[in-house]
Design a protein around this ligand. Structure first.
Ligand SMILES: NC(=O)c1ccc[n+]([C@@H]2O[C@H](COP(=O)([O-])OP(=O)(O)OC[C@H]3O[C@@H](n4cnc5c(N)ncnc54)[C@H](OP(=O)(O)O)[C@@H]3O)[C@@H](O)[C@H]2O)c1
Length: 284
């Protein structure tokens, strides 16, 4: 079977993994990187970004950011090409990138890869895209080479970055919670590793309640809670007691406690904890 030729622009940690996956799946793969010398076996190195773009109908760019991408592709003829970007960035950056690419007569799809380079090509590796649905329809099988959990979020070009940010918002608070727990148990002479199975199960539990909380938010209806604002609010003194006893810096708690207090002051004590989204929508 003839596989679609693909060009990969950018051979950093992630770009190289993408190129290797395309080569492994049998796609004729042309690559270009600003700094020469990083060509994966089986790929063809182009002498310039313009030459690399000319080699394939599908261009996958994975540079540090959108500005690097427009800079690298400045001299390339993009007309008729399908350009896919897989760098980090913001929704407005994706919109600007889309306008830039379409202004050069390319069809444009932005994407987000939600895993590390070593996971590229795995069946459950998640990538989501947004933008020109004709690019997605035409190249879905090729893009699926990068990860089996591949989807199109919609035709608004900035949706992939919007979801990337929306999903990523959980990361730092969750990790800080884990680090605080690690400080607590290591302060008692136990290992952080001893915490992992219990925290992992706790994270599974959190994932299991998200559909219920999301349903409450989507309906704007918080009156039949499984966990109320009051339950969280009344646990604040325990937070203070346990962390003070252990001598931990828990200054990161203050904004969360302020939010709970504000919710109670607004008469939301008996509402679902999901009602906090209403406070986030209306900053104090
Ligand atoms: N690594 C991960 O775990 C991971 C996971 C998900 C998403 N991502 C995202 O994927 C993107 C690439 O990540 P990475 O880990 O591959 O980064 P990286 O290893 O630092 O590589 C950066 C790439 O961008 C190129 N580049 C930077 N500025 C450039 C410019 N002005 N002109 C031309 N090329 C330029 C670099 O070229 P040179 O080699 O010439 O410097 C290199 O190919 C980032 O947006 C990152 O956030 C990464």
């Amino acid at each position: 079977m003839n596989r679609t030729p693909v060009t990969v622009i950018g051979l950093g940690s992630m770009g190289r993994a993408l190129a290797e996956a395309f080569v492994a799946a049998g796609h004729p793969t042309t690559v270009w990187n600003r700094t020469p010398g990083k060509v994966p076996p089986g790929a063809v190195a182009a002498g310039s970004a313009a030459e690399a773009v000319a080699a394939s109908p599908l261009i996958v760019a994975c540079l540090s950011h959108y500005d690097a991408t427009t800079e690298a592709l400045a001299d390339a003829d993009l007309s008729g090409r399908s350009v896919v970007t897989l760098n980090s960035g913001t929704p407005s950056g994706a919109r600007r990138m889309g306008e830039w690419a379409v202004g050069r007569k390319a069809r444009f799809l932005d994407g987000a890869i939600k895993n590390v380079p070593a996971a590229v090509g795995a069946a459950d590796t998640q990538l989501y895209y947004s933008g020109d649905e004709s690019v997605y329809a035409e190249h879905e099988a090729t893009l699926r080479v990068l990860g089996g959990d591949t989807s199109l979020l919609g035709t608004d070009v900035d949706l992939a970055k919007l979801y990337e940010y929306a999903v990523g918002g959980t990361l730092l608070p969750a990790l800080l919670g884990f680090f605080q727990g690690a400080a607590l148990v290591t302060g008692r002479g136990r290992t952080a590793a001893s915490l992992v199975p219990h925290t992992a199960k706790w994270l599974d539990m959190i994932a299991s309640v998200l559909p219920t909380l999301a349903d409450e938010i989507d309906r704007g209806e918080y009156t039949d809670p499984q966990s109320s604002v009051g339950v969280f609010h009344d646990a604040v003194p325990y937070d203070h007691e346990v962390t003070a006893e252990a001598g931990l810096d828990v200054s990161w708690h203050q904004p969360m406690h302020d939010l709970l207090r504000r919710a109670v002051e607004e008469g939301r004590r008996d509402q679902s904890i999901a009602a906090l989204v209403e406070l986030l929508r209306e900053p104090a």
